[in-house]
Design a protein around this ligand. Sequence first.
Ligand code: NAP
Length: 563
Amino acid sequence: MPHVITQACCNDASCVFACPVNCIHPTPDEPDFATSEMLYIDPDACVDCGACVRACPVDAIVPHTKVVTEQLPFLDINRSFYPERPQGVKLPPTSKLAPVLPAAELHQRGKYPLTVAIVGSGPAAMYAADELLTQQGVLVNMFEKLPTPYGLVRAGVAPDHQRTKLATRLFDEISWRRGFQFFLNVEVGRHVSHADLLQHHHAVLYASGALHDRRLEIEGMGLAGTGTATEIVGWYNGHPEFTGLPVDLSHERVVIVGNGNVALDVARILTSDPDRLVHTDIADYALAALRDSAVSEVVIVARRGPASSAFTLPELVGLTQTAEVVLDAHDHARVREDLATVQDNLTRQKLEILTKLGDASAPITRPRIRLAYELTPGRVLGQQRCTAVEFTVMGTDQVQRIDAGMVLSSIGYHGTPIADLPFDDNAGVVPNKGGRVIDPQTGQRVPGAYVSGWIKRGTNGFIGSNKSDSLKTIQTLAADYNAGLLTEPIAGPRAVARMVHAQQPDVIDAAGWKIIDKAEIARGAAQDRPRVKFTRVADMLDEVKDHSDLPLLQNMLGALRRS
Ligand code: NAP
């Protein structure tokens, strides 16, 4: 088997288009692409050329001769995506390559080149910029609330998943392209309004994601010691809004409600040996808290059975290789029952891994994770602090109590409404058609407004899933531009920098971000870590001011002159 896709797969499909024999699936035009947990190489069709290795932004593809022990399960995972064939029978060679989604074509109109404001700087925003900048002369201004870009890749991906964070290499490269300008440390809705942006651009594309999480509305959530898993993610990743989170790890057990990948990430970090994290970019204060932690068990509780687990197979494989994961005897029995009736291959593989887990009755010798099933959360108990959670056992009136000093809900993210745009609160998205914002009252387009990423489609998919999603939005935007539906900016590109600077003098550009980035990497190098992050906005601003040759506005105008 020549090449293998492993856990870090980001689904951006760069490998699909690099492959000369179309042996990587699902391709973006195939129906299961949107829901696929990763991409898979057909071992019998791969010609071992290595083109996919070079294309992969997160180094997830390895030749089979270089597969390390923890990647071995991915040999089977890749193979089992494809139908079984008799030994030695290869797929017929194909000259049909995966169809590349057509790039948006622009027909220049009006006085100014197409100028687009993108709000947010995570994967959906960066892939949208990438697509726009394939067209000559296009200008992209990206607005981000924090002084640092890249959204959940910086502040959401777990610190022990450094390969996933390699996506930022591509994003850095995009941010240095001609026509691209960062406006970091600028909050849309506070420093500048939607109307300000619309005046200075043909279109405003919101790729602001869904930073906040769905809340578990049960009695007792709100007591000290309760919170959400995503707050803990922000905390250990040094997100400035979460550095002050009161994380008390002086008790034995943490309960996490919901069993998606976020729950797995948080449970893994809370039970990790701190020495495993010491060479990552985890926030220093979080590492110190983990060193002092008394937590010996994190229980991840799902309301449904094992076959309905929300976590993905690659993440389960990764979890069981780094942490001790156990099940109660009755959950082991449920896993076996589900395995006897399971139809689909992916779920079968997850269940097979669950059958091999240890039993929770064994004494706890090191911090461990327990997966628990068919328990619906009822209420959190405690006076000032939480002390336990009560669950109802599925299909019965029976109440089960689990003692815990910390209770986290991890029941998915939820989009945040955007000022001046319609919002569908149930779905947590901005109503849209192919990325074009639609007013649900009138069914008409909201002029100049577009969306991409989680705020467009809801909180599903992986970093790279945003690539084809953003491409579709840009195709819609380009079609509207070509049809003359977008209004010309009131002034040329330099007016944007002046307008923003007047309203937020502490705006940071790409050069400013480079200063922060370099300083963080230098701080990390001394400790053999990828970076030591600044976790306070004031420190980031000081770093930029101390090292800038020119005042920020002059820097920006200079960059615009060069582009
Ligand atoms: P998620 O995958 O949607 O999982 C949500 C979990 O919450 C499910 O177990 C769900 O159970 C449960 N839940 C929902 N409402 C509930 C309620 N009222 N009471 C009890 N349980 C409830 O959410 P997520 O973990 O936040 O992940 C969000 C997205 O980010 C996913 O696409 C995920 O794959 C992605 N992500 C990926 C990675 C990675 O690849 N490493 C890491 C982090 C996040 P039901 O199934 O019963 O509804």
